[in-house]
Write a protein that binds this ligand. Structure first.
Ligand SMILES: NC(=O)c1ccc[n+]([C@@H]2O[C@H](COP(=O)([O-])OP(=O)(O)OC[C@H]3O[C@@H](n4cnc5c(N)ncnc54)[C@H](OP(=O)(O)O)[C@@H]3O)[C@@H](O)[C@H]2O)c1
Length: 331
């Protein structure tokens, strides 16, 4: 038995379904040079965690995923890309944060947030938690907020009066995209399952499209200034047709083939098509928190699950129809 202080953590030691994750006692990390140790109060279980756990990537990304995340089993057994908590200790050479500071962080592909503690370099995506938000609320806006903000502010800025269609509006990225589009002065139509109609309207959707209704696509071809596809159920060439000629399609989830073809898609479709990986940057996280503090981005928590029962959250996300963010509480 180690003499190091221990912590609870959810370990994913093989690629697979929800049963691949178990909660165990592991050594608590120690902050090194330029690092802070955060005691985590809340995290989230997101689509990125499910993709890594199940090794279920968009078409074409499978071999790269094994390189990035591990060949036989996850290289980083602790999943989780978002945290809200309190700085417990700081290593030498730190200046931005002190013990007792309430913070949020986005760890991206490095993961490691489904645990009692995590060490993070203070030059990475870590920011002060707005006092107006609780830990669970702050954690809930990180993953969807980082993604939606990157696309709707940097890659395809929304302007007042635009019409925006969000496909996958009931998920973490979709609901954040609706909030930011509304805050920018656009009118929003949500595309989701029928059971989420009231929920998406409570998050800013003016119109709602049930993606299971047979004629929905043909009824909306060429209608929108901007289409944000967070699902990737159809090729980008097809989704682009929902935008008006000269309009824009954002593909948050796209096959490798679609991403490679992005430069050609404008010529092929007459629409601008943008996609790519969302960077985990401190500046982006700070902007997400500013939006949340100002109410432009609102926490949309579909479920709260304690770390000890995180398997239930993994089973929920495997259903493919989760609502907003699943918050993992550390108790
Ligand atoms: N590019 C990047 O760097 C980046 C970053 C983050 C996330 N992503 C990707 O973005 C995607 C969305 O992430 P997320 O976290 O928002 O996922 P999520 O929270 O699991 O939400 C997905 C939503 O899509 C809905 N849905 C399922 N099939 C649909 C369909 N055919 N049409 C419309 N809606 C459908 C689901 O509920 P209902 O079926 O009940 O409506 C669910 O609400 C993921 O594929 C993820 O990998 C990419």
């Amino acid at each position: 038995m180690s003499d190091l202080p221990m912590m609870r953590a959810a370990l994913c030691e093989r690629f697979g379904d929800a049963s691949a994750v178990r909660v165990a006692e592991v050594p608590r990390p120690v902050p090194g040079n330029g690092e802070v140790l955060v005691r985590i109060h809340a995290s989230t279980l997101d689509s990125a965690d499910r993709r890594i756990r199940a090794l279920d990537m968009p078409p074409g990304f499978g071999p790269m995923a094994r390189l990035a995340f591990g060949f036989r089993r996850p290289r980083q057994p602790i999943l989780g890309t978002a945290l809200a908590g309190v700085v417990e200790a700081v290593g030498p050479g730190t200046s931005r944060f002190r013990p007792g500071d309430a913070v949020v962080a986005s760890t991206g592909a490095a993961q490691g947030c489904h645990a009692g503690y995590r060490v993070i370099a203070e030059r990475k995506a870590i920011a002060a938690k707005p006092a107006a938000l609780g830990f669970e609320e702050a954690a809930a806006v990180i993953f969807g907020g980082m993604t939606a903000r990157y696309f709707l502010e940097e890659k395809a800025p929304v302007t007042p009066g635009e019409t925006v269609l969000v496909i996958g509006a009931g998920g973490a990225v979709g609901v954040a995209a609706m909030h930011l589009a509304r805050a920018a002065g656009a009118t929003v139509t949500a595309c989701c399952s029928a059971g989420k109609a009231n929920w998406v309207q409570s998050h800013g959707a003016g119109g709602v499209i049930d993606y299971r209704s047979p004629d929905w696509f043909s009824a909306h071809e060429g209608v929108f200034d901007l289409v944000v596809d967070t699902v990737g159920a159809m090729p980008a060439r097809q989704a682009a047709r929902l935008a008006r000629p000269g309009g824009t399609l954002v593909v948050a989830s796209a096959s490798l083939w679609d991403l490679l073809a992005l430069p050609m898609l404008k010529a092929l479709t007459g629409r601008v098509v943008v996609g790519g990986m969302v960077p985990d940057e401190a500046e982006g996280l700070a902007r997400v928190m500013a939006h949340a503090e100002a109410g432009r981005l609102r926490p949309a928590i579909g479920a709260r699950v304690p770390l000890e029962r995180i398997g239930e959250a993994h089973a929920l996300i495997d259903g493919g129809h989760k609502t907003g963010s699943i918050v993992i509480t550390m108790g």
